[in-house]
Design a protein. Structure first.
Length: 367
């Protein structure tokens, strides 16, 4: 196998595909990329057996077709370190790959392409097409609420739900819940649900560009495949039942405050500096047209912020993890937010005023 290309033509595909490859591997070949040169095109594939990413590179001259697996991180690091616009050739001879550029020459050990595994995908049960912007919103508005290494493995990912009326993303770690709904239906009889693993969500987010470029999603019984331009990402789905998220969303909320998102965000950021580093608890005191935010820590240090809000209910105190509130305010793309609670022991419902795409539920803390 031999091909020649410009450094820039392969730089982004190499970096994205290498991102899927885990640093610690059970099989040596999983530390490599499958490189296939045939029919005038070059494809790069990386996998960790759960997520697979294939990139088809353009602007490559195939001088001799073939296939091999080449160490992913070493190849990506070499590529990144070469001068801009450098011409690079890669030749595979026996069990060695030789990378040449100008006066530089690198020889890497390869493994047979026949040893490289593939993530079985098969045809999708349902196909839906979205713009990159819309899919970005579905991911960005909820992904921060996914659990990390929770024993309830079905929480370590994002629920993707498709009906004839909408496509919806939901994530929860048991203490908070995030939900984003877009009016993109698909021809399905019932609601289709799939839990996309955390890594699949993060890699899909890295892959997407901005703009109106179309992304095709194929959802099968045990996999999700996303195709965007020259990239195809396939991820296995988490086998489990996601909690009934609709039961978690508060329906009866007697007390509501609304205020400027930026002012609230800045006040929470300042108050959080003196909150308990372990528990991150803050106290919110609701009073007529003002919100008082209080934080303290074991060193007896205290912070207090007073923010003007719209509130006409009775005085009330309620505690929250300030990090959860900061996360929500960081992703909401609105000028004004609305926070609704039933009482001091109930979860808070947070929404953007004038934007009903996303909603967030945060459980209270005892202080």
């Amino acid at each position: 196998m031999k091909f020649t290309t410009n450094r820039e033509a392969l730089l982004r595909p190499l970096q994205l595909v290498t991102g899927v490859v885990e640093r610690r591997q059970t099989l040596p070949v999983l530390a490599n990329l499958l490189v296939v040169a045939k029919d005038g095109a070059l494809s790069l594939t990386g996998t960790d057996l759960e997520v697979e990413l294939i990139a088809v590179a353009s602007g490559v001259t195939i001088e001799q077709p073939g296939e091999a697996t080449i160490p992913a991180r070493k190849l990506a690091d070499i590529w990144r370190s070469l001068p801009e616009s450098a011409e690079v050739s890669v030749t595979v001879e026996g069990d060695r790959a030789i990378v040449r550029s100008g006066r530089s020459r690198f020889t890497l050990a390869t493994l047979p392409a026949s040893e490289f595994p593939s993530v079985e995908s098969g045809p999708g049960d349902v196909e839906i097409s979205l713009t990159a912007n819309d899919l970005h919103r579905l991911l960005d508005q909820v992904s921060f609420s996914m659990a990390q290494q929770d024993v309830r493995y079905f929480l370590n990912g994002m629920l993707l739900e498709i009906t004839s009326q909408h496509i919806r993303s939901v994530a929860t770690d048991g203490h908070r819940l995030a939900m984003c709904t877009l009016p993109h239906g698909a021809p399905v009889d019932d609601r289709l649900q799939a839990i996309v693993p955390r890594k699949g969500v993060l890699e899909l987010g890295r892959l997407l560009g901005d703009g109106e470029e179309n992304v095709n999603l194929f959802m099968g019984s045990n996999h999700l495949r996303a195709t965007s331009g020259p990239f195809t990402l396939t991820t296995k789905l988490v086998d489990g039942k996601f909690p009934d998220y609709e039961k978690v969303v508060p329906r009866e909320t007697a007390r509501t405050i609304s205020g400027d998102r930026d002012l609230l965000k800045q006040a929470f950021n300042r108050a959080s500096i003196l909150s308990n580093e372990k528990y991150r608890g803050i106290r919110l005191i609701l009073d007529k047209d003002q919100l008082t935010i209080q934080a303290n820590n074991p060193e007896q240090e205290e912070a207090e912020e007073v923010v003007a809000v719209e509130y006409a209910g009775e005085r009330m105190e309620i505690g929250f993890n300030v990090s959860y509130l900061q996360d929500v305010l960081a992703v909401l793309e609105v000028d004004e937010v609305r926070v609704s609670v039933a009482d001091a022991n109930s979860s808070a419902l947070i929404e953007g005023v004038g934007n009903d795409e996303a909603l967030y539920v945060v459980m209270p803390m005892r202080l």
